[in-house]
Design a binder for this molecule. Structure first.
Ligand code: FMN
Length: 224
């Protein structure tokens, strides 16, 4: 098979927690089907906060040299990207959000195309985990990755996640395999169109500053 590498980005500080178990279940389906799989434990990485300086949008890449260099490379080399996070205060963990913020260049210049992905969210029963999974999939889409679905888990203590939720995680793995086989390409929906329109307006209005972004879209023939 052409698709060979799948990477899971884990936002939980618990290495053997519920999100980790769910992520392993998804990745196991892929490794059973010939993928090389890897998990990036964000909590064990040195990742500085985004400083909002805009260097990545103006010059092309972040000036900070930390573990994000290696993580970006791993993602670029992967064909499948899974984002997994427990719900913390109704949203993703700080580790996951810090990582997402540092991926800003991909959000403005979606170059992670030709890849499939999905998201995993675990919670303890308070809030709307589907909204969080939907958010993570929207992030993947912003980077150019096609999300095929999500899996939700329930648990409080580490590793408590139930069999039925692990099955859902396995199902996400199978959906990814099917998407690859069928060459799944969803239509851009209204929300996606609106976000793209807003992003292009921002880049166009600030093109004298957001030079790397502007050149990217100009080269594509999208901006003049
Ligand atoms: C700081 C913090 C905030 C949390 N906020 C929520 C929450 O808003 N809703 C919820 O259902 N569970 C919440 N939880 C519980 C975790 O989502 C739950 O324990 C989950 O199973 C942890 O997954 P993990 O084992 O992958 O770390 C929170 C836990 C912590 C430590």
């Amino acid at each position: 098979m052409f698709f060979v590498k799948a990477i899971g980005i884990l936002g939980s500080p618990r290495r053997i927690g519920n999100s980790a178990k769910m992520l392993d279940a998804t990745l196991k389906v892929l490794s059973d089907n010939g993928f090389e799989t890897e998990v990036v434990y964000l909590a064990e990485k040195k990742i500085g906060y985004c400083l909002g300086c805009g260097t990545c949008l103006m010059k092309g890449e972040c000036f900070q040299r930390d573990d994000m260099d290696e993580i970006r490379k791993k993602i670029e080399e992967s064909n499948v990207v899974i984002l997994a996070s427990p719900m913390y205060y109704l949203n993703v963990t700080a580790q996951m959000k810090t990582f997402i913020d540092r991926m800003l260049a991909y959000g403005h210049r979606p170059t992670l195309t030709g890849k499939y992905g999905g998201s995993i969210v675990v919670y303890a029963g308070v809030g709307d985990p589907k909204a969080v999974a939907d958010y993570l999939n929207m992030v993947l889409r912003a980077w150019g990755i096609i999300p095929v679905g999500y899996a939700i888990g329930f648990g409080v203590l580490p590793g408590e996640v139930k069999e039925e939720h692990l099955k859902e995680a396995e199902n996400l793995g199978r959906r990814i395999l099917r998407a690859i086989e069928e060459g799944y390409k969803p239509e851009v929906d209204e929300r996606g169109r609106k976000l793209q329109e807003q992003l292009l307006k921002l880049i166009s209005d600030y093109r004298h500053i957001l030079k790397a972004d502007y050149e990217f879209w100009k080269k594509k023939g999208v901006l003049k």
